[in-house]
Design a binder for this molecule. Structure first.
Ligand code: AMP
Length: 186
């Protein structure tokens, strides 16, 4: 399944809970990229400056990462994509690679949150974190939201046109968002 939504919508939080309840893997491309940056791999070195600006890493790199990752053993019972796809090109590539691997998309769930609330949440996350995420300062957040609306929000129409999209109100309490997701999945 895909969790879709702007930065700070709570995709990671919901994905963590779904992993435990459904015994599936969480594939967070943001986590993977941060690990690559920390390890100083070639992809990490390329991605770092792009991430620090709140922009998107190239589709080729991202599709390559996901294509390799879904072949791993822990994905055999299913997986949640958190932060991927983020562009129409990535969504098209995902459609192709799932077909190639004989896998089917069960759900695309959009967690919808207003921009004003996202700004509050991400500033709070940055101020509470001991190790502040460098891409979480207010200017970069603004850019991340612009990038989301320009490049990722079109996926809402993309999956809606394919009759796959379900939307939950991400402005409720965390448990209520989880319950809404469970209802869709059941
Ligand atoms: P996230 O933790 O999902 O918010 O991702 C953090 C940053 O990693 C993003 O702002 C992008 O720079 C990069 N990133 C993560 N996933 C993708 C993706 N699917 N495509 C392009 N860039 C990505």
């Amino acid at each position: 399944m895909i969790l879709l939504g702007p930065p700070g919508a709570g995709k990671g939080t919901q994905a963590d809970r779904l992993v435990a309840d459904y015994n599936i893997a969480k594939l967070s491309t943001g986590d993977m990229l941060r690990a690559a940056v920390a390890a100083g791999t070639p992809i990490g070195l390329k991605a770092k400056a792009v991430m620090d600006r709140g922009e998107l890493v190239s589709d080729d790199i991202m599709v390559g990462i996901i294509s390799d990752r879904v072949d791993e053993q822990d994905c055999s019972n299913g997986f949640i994509l958190d932060g991927f796809p983020r562009t129409i090109a990535q969504a098209d590539a995902l459609t192709g690679l799932l077909k190639e691997k004989n896998l089917e998309l069960d759900a695309v769930i959009e967690i919808r949150v207003d921009d004003s609330i996202l700004l509050d949440r991400i500033e709070k996350r940055a101020s509470e974190s001991a190790e502040v995420r460098k891409d979480d300062n207010a200017d970069v957040l603004k850019n991340r939201l612009v990038v989301y609306h320009e490049q990722t929000a079109p996926l809402i129409d993309y999956y809606s046109a394919r009759d796959m999209l379900r939307t939950v109100d991400g402005m409720q309490e965390i448990d209520a968002v989880g319950k809404a997701i469970d209802e869709i999945l059941s």
